[in-house]
Design a protein around this ligand. Structure first.
Ligand SMILES: *Cc1c(COP(=O)(O)O)cnc(C)c1O
Length: 459
């Protein structure tokens, strides 16, 4: 790497930061129009350095800015600067996390983080876990462990029985996809109703299990959610655990959204009962604003992790004990290092700072909630204490407001649906924002919606 490449990196980082504040929302262009407008084709001849820089900048300029303070569209957003720097270091070092031999201290610090999250969940000594490329696949690993624990023969013989599993109607769509990947079949995933807040109904869960047992089926897994995608609901963890213990079923908790809350002194009781789960997944790239992706699967049953993911590979695992060869409990072979960025952020803030980070998000969401409650033009759909705020303004169709805001390059915010209501869903997952940013969000939305209304009345 030459000095000119280092200069290039610095110039591009500065350019990104400038664009983020000057031009935070990209006016959407249909893909074909964008392809025609930009010079994206691969050419036979190399570009000179100057043209290369121009072309990279034009791509950056046209790319949505998820770290800006106008981005409220997803369950991730913002940027922890130290984590972003660490991610660049990770790229430079380019290790693979299958062995200690190749990963060195990166493997040790990943183990350290895994152990901390086992402790935070009050899992017993000897619990374990690993990282996967995102919550969908962390869930997949939890679900596979549940399957192999109940039906160990399935790994060599394929499915011989009638397995069924359960999750709420509000569960993440990866659960359904995973049911297909696992060879269990989407028809053998039962969807349990939710209450008014979006949390799983445990009485109905038990009734469904009894019915399936009665029909000779083999229930093996209940998948709860801590932080549903739309409403931010938490399923009743203790009540589900009562049922999974009674019927001897695996309890996996999809805490992709809310798992990070375990580090908050103030809010961790929202996940009370997590110690009774068999496994849980969580995404540090959501509430901690760490670059994508940073996702974990933790389990009490270390042996199950080995049973499901261990394979012999003599060419690879030549040294050190299994604890230091995380490739032995992985979905993957080569695996990127997603741990270092988390470790650097955690070191830089301390557990206390990490706790404050999460608390700030709840403060911002409480501020937004009060704003909506204090302004009669709004209808609120969210219960107290969630990090997604669902509301409507003056009965204007939410799609209309969200699409128009985005089309005009004002802000990125999405809409969602729960039961019979459609609403704007404001995701409050960026602790680098402050109350003024949230206030500005509502003011922009109102000015915009009112201008639209005025136009409609004229027309
Ligand atoms: C985000 C999320 C997922 C998926 O995580 P990815 O990293 O996007 O694959 C799964 N479950 C819940 C509850 C989520 O919020």
């Amino acid at each position: 790497m030459k000095d000119s490449d280092i200069d290039l990196l610095e110039e591009l980082v500065r350019f990104i930061l400038k664009k983020e504040s000057a031009d935070p929302v990209i006016t959407p262009t249909p893909p074909d129009a964008l392809r025609n407008k930009m010079d994206l084709q691969i050419e036979e001849e190399p570009l000179n350095e100057e043209d290369l820089l121009d072309q990279i900048k034009s791509v950056i300029a046209a790319t949505p800015k998820t770290s800006s303070d106008k981005f409220f569209n997803q369950l991730f957003g913002g940027r922890n600067a130290k984590a972003a720097v660490a991610e660049m270091v990770t790229v430079m070092l380019n290790n693979s996390m299958y062995t200690y031999k190749v990963g060195g201290p990166m493997v040790l610090l990943e183990n350290e983080i895994v152990n901390e999250w086992c402790k935070l969940a009050n899992y017993p000594e000897g619990s374990s876990g690993t990282m996967a490329p995102g919550g969908s696949l962390s869930n997949f690993m939890g679900m596979i462990m549940a399957r192999d624990n109940k039906f160990p023969e399935i790994r060599s013989e394929g499915n011989q029985r009638m397995p069924v599993m359960y999750a709420s109607k509000e569960c993440h769509y990866s659960v359904r996809k995973n049911a297909a990947f696992m060879g269990i079949g989407t028809n053998n995933l039962r969807f349990v109703d939710t209450d008014a807040k979006g949390a799983l109904n445990p009485e109905q869960l038990e009734a469904m299990i009894l019915e399936d047992i009665d029909e000779g089926k083999d229930p093996f897994l209940v998948l709860g959610t801590a932080g549903t995608t739309v409403m931010g609901a938490v399923d009743p963890i203790d009540k589900i655990a009562d049922i999974t213990e009674k019927y001897n079923l695996w309890f996996h908790l999809d805490a992709a959204f809310y798992g990070s809350i375990l580090l908050s002194e103030t809010h961790r009781q929202k996940l009370k009962g997590i110690d009774r789960t068999d496994s849980y997944s969580f995404n540090a790239h959501k509430l901690f604003s760490i670059p994508l992706s940073c996702s974990f699967i933790l389990t009490k049953h270390k042996a199950c992790l080995y049973q499901s993911f261990n394979s012999k590979a003599d060419y690879l695992f030549q040294a050190d004990s299994d604890d230091y060869n995380p490739g032995k409990v992985s979905l993957q072979c080569g695996r990127r290092n997603d741990a270092f960025k988390f470790w650097v952020m955690w070191k830089s803030l301390g557990s206390k700072g990490m706790s404050d980070w999460i608390d700030k998000e709840f403060e911002l969401s409480q501020y937004a909630r009060e704003y909506v409650l204090n302004h009669p033009d709004y209808t609120l759909y969210s219960p107290e204490g969630t990090l997604t705020l669902c509301f409507n303004y003056k009965d204007i169709p939410p799609r209309h407001i969200c699409n128009a805001l985005n089309d005009e390059g004002e802000m990125m915010v999405g809409y969602g649906k729960f039961k019979d209501n459609e609403f704007i869903r404001l995701a409050i997952v960026n602790a680098t924002n402050d109350k003024e940013v949230i206030h500005e969000f509502f003011k922009t939305l109102e000015a915009f919606a009112n201008a639209e209304l005025a136009q409609e009345i004229e027309a």
